[in-house]
Design a protein around this ligand. Structure first.
Ligand SMILES: CC/C=C\C/C=C\CCCC/C=C/C(=O)SCCNC(=O)CCNC(=O)[C@H](O)C(C)(C)COP(=O)(O)OP(=O)(O)OC[C@H]1O[C@@H](n2cnc3c(N)ncnc32)[C@H](O)[C@@H]1OP(=O)(O)O
Length: 570
């Protein structure tokens, strides 16, 4: 490696770290990051959705990479938030000294991070954290959080430090990062005052990436230096997971745990259990601590890399048309697009990304599998499962639904095939539905499986077809043809299968003519009550699902239903 090369790719995994900055809105998270990276302060407040920065260092001949995730204070995107907990190596939790509630949120955040890390069974140690009591420049009369109270709390928690800061006056910002880096055992030179900041233009950066020195010829400079990448883009979920796995492996090695089984043999038994699961999804589940490989041990990374490098799993395909601002999201899990933990997680994240993409105004939900919209929830997720997996699965479903039903975008379902149960829920949660005429069916058929549609499925159906029709539909577990669905208002238009997409595009034109703000306010006011009902009791609902679904009588019904599906086929 050239000693002068500061290349994003040149940092070995052991030298790559992700710092996540969390806290409620308006506490100064972005201001702290901006001071650290650019020594700048902007008095204007612009809410952050999620900003990603990358700083590269060359320290004592080695290249280091620090990624910074500056998160949203209002967290409408739970999947993104959970991912930030899971992938963060070190954390800054920010509160404002003039806002006690923001301090309470910091205490909650710490618990949530620890919970997330513990649920990922490969990583159990508490990550290094620092609490920043920002806006310490505020007059004492406005102070709501006492220094001593926080200091006392922090003294009782492991791997945690505390400082009061002022991003505005540049008070203690350097010390904040220095203390955190010390706590995390990172090179002290990463602190702002201990390296030379290099301002680098795009061309110079490109030169550096190609290995060309950006120092004047012949000049040696071994002093630590740091450069903010001008092209930082948030890595994909896939890269996040690869890196998190790499870290887990490192920690595992450091802890010198003996005899790690090879992933291929360790995970083999699960391939039959999770039919049509890809290695990618198994790995993800293993990473989430939901699948325990044989012997309950953690899997080897070398093989995981090979698996990740295999062709993309891509259970959710997103095609964004930046000319029209319309994204097409296609479910792609043959044979029937059944919704398992993996698909739901991918769907949630895809929706969150579109939600934050300012160029996106509308989304068409469709299928990449001919003849099927979605067969609903993957029954195998509910059959002979464990309480932990049931809860994780249900949370993923809740998040995906909250993102879809609560979306600011115009959402349209292109139903080009069967759409039972969970598939029907997804379709009903869109603003408009076009269904293919013919043999396909749609409806909430849960009672036929011996299970009960949860209250939020019912709420959505009530809002779509009214009380009387819902009552009949749910008790009977009724499945409707496209024409029947049209007659009760379950879908908005029925056309020949080959015209579904073009009809959606035509319908979209009139929706796109409405100013977004007015439409979004109207949509939100219509849907808020239903969204709030679930949001306020997500954990209770998830626990209830796990308890209900694992009852012996329910398992027996599900077993019989699975057998009937297989019999029908033969
Ligand atoms: C008070 C209560 C409070 C709280 C909650 C409590 C309870 C929980 C409620 C949970 C809500 C549940 C919602 C759901 O979505 S349940 C899922 C319901 N889905 C179905 O019933 C669909 C069943 N499938 C079909 O009818 C057909 O497969 C379909 C979709 C019409 C397509 O038909 P076809 O093209 O002929 O394909 P096959 O039937 O041959 O299927 C191919 C293959 O896929 C398997 N499969 C089908 N559906 C599912 C599924 N949902 N999950 C998993 N696997 C599925 C099928 O068995 C075949 O497998 P094989 O191995 O034989 O190839």
């Amino acid at each position: 490696m050239s000693s002068h090369l500061v290349d994003e790719c040149a940092a070995p995994p052991k030298n790559c770290f992700r710092l996540v900055v969390l806290g409620t809105a308006r506490v100064g998270k972005t201001a702290i990051v901006s001071r650290f990276l650019f020594n700048q302060y902007d008095d204007q407040y612009t809410p952050t959705i999620e900003d990603f920065h990358r700083k590269m260092y060359r320290i004592r001949g080695e290249v280091y990479r620090l990624d910074i995730l500056d998160t949203s204070g209002v967290h409408p995107f739970p999947a993104m938030r959970r991912l930030s907990f899971l992938t963060g190596d070190l954390f800054i939790l920010v509160y404002s000294v003039d806002n006690y509630e923001s301090y309470m949120e910091v205490m909650r955040l710490r618990e949530q991070i620890l919970e997330s890390k513990a649920s990922c069974k490969t990583r159990t140690a508490a990550p290094p954290m620092i609490i920043a009591g920002n806006k310490a420049d505020r007059p004492e009369s406005e102070r709501e959080v006492l220094y001593d109270e926080v200091a006392k709390w922090v003294s009782t928690v492991k791997k945690c430090a505390f400082l009061e800061t002022s991003a505005k006056k540049n008070g203690n910002i350097n010390e904040l990062f220095q203390t955190l880096f010390e706590l995390a055992k990172l090179p002290p030179e990463m602190s702002p005052s201990l390296h030379r900041r290099v301002s680098i233009g795009d061309q110079a950066w490109e030169a550096a990436k190609k290995g060309i020195s950006f120092y004047p010829r012949g000049k040696q400079d071994d002093n630590p230096l740091g450069v903010v990448s001008p092209h930082a883009r948030r890595p994909s979920l896939r890269s996040d997971l690869i890196e998190a796995e790499a870290k887990a492996e490192q920690e595992q090695r450091r802890a010198e745990k003996p005899s790690i089984p090879k992933i291929s043999s360790a995970l083999s038994p699960y391939r039959s259990q999770y039919r049509s699961c890809t290695w990618m999804s198994l790995l993800r589940q293993a990473f989430q601590g939901l699948v325990r490989p044989a012997g309950g041990q953690v899997c080897r990374l070398q093989v995981q890399h090979r698996c990740y490098n295999a062709p993309a799993a891509g259970h959710v395909q997103v095609d964004m048309n930046s000319d029209t601002g319309v994204a097409t999201v296609r479910l792609n899990r043959p044979p029937v697009n059944s919704l398992n933990l993996d698909v739901l997680t991918e769907l949630s994240i895809a929706l969150e990304k579109l939600e934050t993409d300012r160029s996106c105004r509308a989304m068409v939900l469709a299928s990449a599998v001919p003849g099927i919209f979605s067969a609903g929830l993957d029954i195998m997720e509910m059959y002979k499962s464990t309480p932990e997996r049931c809860v994780a699965f249900w949370r993923a479903l809740q998040d995906a639904w909250l993102n879809l039903y609560g979306s600011r975008l115009i959402t349209m379902a292109a139903i080009e095939g069967h759409s039972p149960a969970g598939g029907c829920l997804l379709a009903m949660s869109c603003d408009y539905r076009v269904m293919a005429d013919g043999k396909f069916q749609i409806g909430l058929n849960e009672t036929r499986l011996g299970i009960v549609a949860p209250f939020w499925f019912t709420d959505v159906m009530l809002c779509t077809i009214g009380h009387r029709e819902t009552e009949k539909a749910l008790q009977l577990g009724a499945m409707y043809s496209a024409q029947q669905a049209l007659s009760i208002g379950l879908v908005d238009k029925v056309v020949p299968a080959d015209q579904v997409m073009s009809t959606v595009q035509t319908e979209l034109k009139s929706w796109l003519q409405i100013p977004d703000a007015a439409r979004v306010i109207t949509k939100t006011s219509m849907r808020k009550q239903v969204l709030d009902r679930l949001s306020s009791q997500k954990e209770k609902d998830a626990q209830f699902f796990a308890d209900f679904i694992l009852r012996e009588s329910v398992q027996k019904s599900l077993g019989a239903y699975i057998a009937s599906l297989q019999k029908r086929k033969s």
